[in-house]
Design a protein around this ligand. Structure first.
Ligand code: ADP
Length: 592
C-alpha cells in the first residue's frame, strides 16, 4: 500500500516536530548554514535592488528628459548597477557553496543514521514491514528531504524576500495604486483554497494508484521466471491494465477541477490586471504619477505576481517533505536491538538448553509456533531437527540466535540465561550456514571474511582450504579477488555452500546452526560439502535442520518435530525401532 500521508499542514503540531528534527541534523552545521541563509536573503534583496536601479537609470527617458542631461542622469547609475551585480554574483557563489556543504553533510549523516538504525531493527520489527518500504525511506524520503533543503526552502526564502521588497517599492511609488493591486490578492487566495484542496486530494489518490501499478511491475519482474513458466504474461498484463485504468480514471477526474481552476485563475487574473492598468493610466492622465513611476509599478507588480503565485506550489512541496520526514523520523524512533556492540567478548563452551519454550510470532500472536519445547545439548553434541515443513525448525534456530524471544520458557547457554548474555557476544558464539547461500557483492575473499571482519588473508585461505573451497577459488580467473556477480550468480550451489562453510570456519563459533540444503548436489559436490561440514562441526555444538538420513544418522540426538512440538526424540537407532513412529515413517519415505 502506498503511504497515505504524503503531506501535512504546516500548522500541524507534528509538522513542527518534523522541522525540529530537520534542525537537529542541520544544527551541527549552523555556522555554515545560517550565514548561507542570510546570504540567500541578501541576494534576493539585491535582485530587487538591481531592478530598482535599472529603472532609476531609464526613468528620466520616460519622463521627457532628452539630450546630454539624459545621458548624464543615466550615467550616474551605471557604477552602482555594476557594483550590485558584482556583489550579487559574489554572494550567490558563496551562498550555494555553503548551502551545499551544510545540507549535503546533514543529509549524509541522516542517511547513515537511518541505515544504521534499519539494519539494527529487531527481526520482529523487520518482519512487520516490507523490505521495499524500508529501502524506499532511505532512498526516496531522504531524497525528497534533500530536494526541499537544497531547492524548495531556498526558493521560499528568496521569493518571500523578493515579494516583501517589491511590495515596499510598489507602496513607495503609489499607495493608492498599490492598494488596488493588493486588493485583488484575496480573490486569488480564496480560489486557491477552494480548488486547491480538491485537486491535491485527487492527484494524491492518482499517485497512490500509480504506485500500485508499480508494485505489479516489480512483482512480476522479480518472479519473471514463474510468470513465463506458467504462461501468465497475459494475466499480468491484464492486472497491470486494470490498475492503470483506475489511475487513468482518477487522473482524468483530477483534470476537470484543475482545468476549471486554471481557466478561472487566468480569467480572474486578467480582469484584475485590466482593472489595475485602468486605474494606473487614469492616475498618469491626472498627473498623479509620472511615466517612470508607472514603469516601476508595472515591473514590481510583475515580480509580486510571479513570486506570490509560486508560493503555494513551494509550500505544497514543503508539506510533502514533512510527510517524508515523518516517515524517516518514525524509523529513527524505533527501538533497536540492544546489541552491546562494544561489550566484552564471551567465549561459550557450547551447552544449550531450551526449557519449556513457547513461542508465537508477534505478527500472528494467535498461532503458537513452538509449544513446550525442551531439549538439552552438551558441548560438542550434534542435534538434528527433523520434521515436515512448517513444523518449527527454522523458528527454533531463530530463537537460539535471539532474533526473537520466547513467549514463555527459558533458553540458556552454558547454564546462563540467554537474556543475560549481551546479544553481540552471544551471536559471536553462533554461526549460521543457511540453506540458500546468498553472496554479497564483492570479492570471494571478502565474502569469506564476512565471518570475521578484518581477518587476514592467511586466515581466509586456511578457512577456504578446510572448507574444500580453496581449489575451485584458485581456479577462478582472479582467485580470491574474483568478484561475485549479482547475488553470486556465477558460482554453483555446492561452491556457494562451501564458501558459507569457510565463512563459518573463520567465525570459529562454539555453536553451529546448520540449515541443510534441500536441493541435492551431484555426488562429487556432495562429498566435498559433507567433508567440509564434518570439519566445521568438529568440537562445536551443532544444531542441524536436517533433510537427509545420512546426516541424521550421525547425530547424538534427533528431535522429531510436528506442529511446533517435539513428538519423538532419541538416536537414529532408537527411533527407527519404533515402527509406527513418525521418524521411521519419514525414514522409510526417504529410502524408498
Ligand atoms: P520449518 O522450518 O520447520 O519449515 P518454520 O519455523 O519456518 O518451520 O515455521 C513454523 C511456523 O511458523 C509456520 O506455520 C510458519 O508459517 C510460521 N512462521 C514462520 N516464520 C514466520 C514469521 N516471520 N511470521 C509469522 N509466522 C511465521
Amino acid at each position: 500500500m502506498p503511504d497515505e500521508r504524503p503531506g501535512k499542514k504546516l500548522w500541524d503540531r507534528s509538522a513542527w516536530k518534523d522541522a525540529a528534527f530537520f534542525w537537529t541534523y542541520l544544527s551541527p552545521h549552523k555556522a555554515v548554514f545560517i550565514p548561507a541563509l542570510l546570504a540567500l536573503a541578501g541576494t534576493a534583496g539585491l535582485t530587487v535592488y538591481f531592478f530598482y536601479l535599472l529603472l532609476q537609470m531609464v526613468g528620466p527617458a520616460l519622463d521627457g528628459v532628452k539630450g546630454q542631461p539624459l545621458i548624464d542622469a543615466a550615467w550616474q547609475w551605471v557604477g552602482p548597477v555594476i557594483a550590485v551585480v558584482g556583489l550579487q554574483a559574489f554572494i550567490a557563489f558563496w551562498r550555494i557553496l555553503l548551502f551545499a556543504k551544510a545540507s549535503e553533510r546533514a543529509l549524509a549523516a541522516l542517511r547513515m543514521n537511518t541505515f544504521a538504525k534499519i539494519i539494527r531493527l529487531p527481526m520482529a520489527t523487520l518482519n512487520a514491514r516490507r523490505v521495499g518500504e524500508l529501502a524506499s525511506r532511505l532512498a526516496n524520503d531522504v531524497e525528497s528531504m534533500r530536494e526541499t533543503l537544497v531547492v524548495t526552502i531556498p526558493q521560499i526564502i528568496r521569493h518571500s524576500v523578493m515579494l516583501v521588497a517589491s511590495v515596499v517599492i510598489v507602496l513607495c511609488v503609489s499607495v493608492k495604486l498599490a492598494m488596488v493591486m493588493i486588493g485583488t490578492i484575496p480573490v486569488v487566495l480564496v480560489l486557491i483554497a477552494i480548488f486547491g484542496a480538491r485537486i491535491r486530494k485527487l492527484s494524491r489518490r492518482a499517485q497512490d494508484n500509480l504506485a500500485e501499478t508499480q508494485v505489479i511491475v516489480d512483482e512480476s519482474l522479480q518472479s519473471v521466471i514463474s510468470v513465463k513458466a506458467f504462461r501468465n504474461e497475459a494475466y499480468e498484463s491484464r492486472r497491470y491494465n486494470e490498475h492503470l485504468g483506475i489511475f487513468l480514471d482518477t487522473a482524468l477526474r483530477a483534470a476537470l477541477p484543475r482545468a476549471s481552476f486554471i481557466a478561472f485563475i487566468i480569467f480572474a487574473f486578467s480582469v484584475a490586471l485590466t482593472l489595475v492598468a485602468w486605474f494606473a493610466i487614469r492616475m498618469v492622465g491626472n498627473g498623479e504619477i509620472m511615466h517612470s513611476q508607472l514603469l516601476s509599478f508595472g515591473t514590481f507588480s510583475g515580480m509580486i505576481t510571479t513570486t506570490f503565485m509560486s508560493l503555494p506550489e513551494l509550500i505544497t512541496q514543503l508539506q510533502r517533505t514533512l510527510g517524508a520526514t515523518e516517515r524517516v523520523r518514525e524509523i529513527l524512533e524505533e527501538e533497536v536491538e540492544d546489541l552491546d556492540e562494544n561489550g566484552p567478548a564471551v567465549r561459550l563452551r557450547g551447552e544449550i538448553e531450551m526449557d519449556n519454550v513457547n513461542f508465537a510470532y508477534a505478527t500472528r500472536p494467535d498461532v503458537t509456533v513452538l509449544r513446550d519445547f525442551s531439549f538439552a545439548a552438551k558441548a560438542g553434541q550434534r542435534i538434528a531437527l527433523v520434521g515436515s515443513s512448517g513444523s518449527g525448525k527454522t523458528t527454533t534456530a531463530a530463537l537460539l540466535f535471539r532474533f526473537y524471544d520466547p513467549t514463555s520458557g527459558k533458553i540458556s547457554f552454558d547454564g546462563q540465561p540467554a537474556t543475560q548474555i549481551p546479544l553481540h557476544a552471544l551471536r559471536q558464539n553462533l554461526a549460521l550456514v543457511p540453506q540458500e547461500v546468498l553472496l554479497f557483492g564483492g570479492s570471494i575473499g571478502e565474502n569469506i571474511a564476512y565471518g570475521r571482519p578484518g581477518a587476514s588473508q592467511e586466515d581466509i585461505v586456511a578457512a577456504a582450504k578446510q572448507a574444500n573451497a580453496h581449489q575451485f577459488i584458485t581456479e577462478l580467473p582472479q582467485g580470491y579477488d574474483t568478484l561475485v556477480g549479482e547475488r553470486g550468480a556465477q558460482i554453483s550451489g555446492g561452491q556457494r555452500q562451501r564458501l558459507a562453510i569457510a565463512r563459518a570456519i573463520l567465525a570459529d563459533p562454539a555453536i553451529l546452526i546448520l540449515d541443510e540444503a534441500t536441493s541435492s548436489l551431484d555426488a562429487e559436490s556432495e562429498r566435498l560439502v559433507q567433508e567440509a561440514l564434518d570439519k566445521l562441526m568438529e568440537n562445536r555444538t551443532s544444531i542441524i535442520i536436517a533433510h537427509r538420513l545420512s546426516t541424521v544418522r550421525r547425530c547424538d540426538q534427533i528431535l522429531v518435530m510436528s506442529g511446533g512440538a517435539i513428538v519423538e526424540r532419541g538416536t537414529h537407532d532408537e527411533l527407527i525401532d519404533r515402527k509406527d513412529g513418525l521418524y521411521s515413517t519419514l525414514a522409510r519415505l526417504q529410502l524408498e
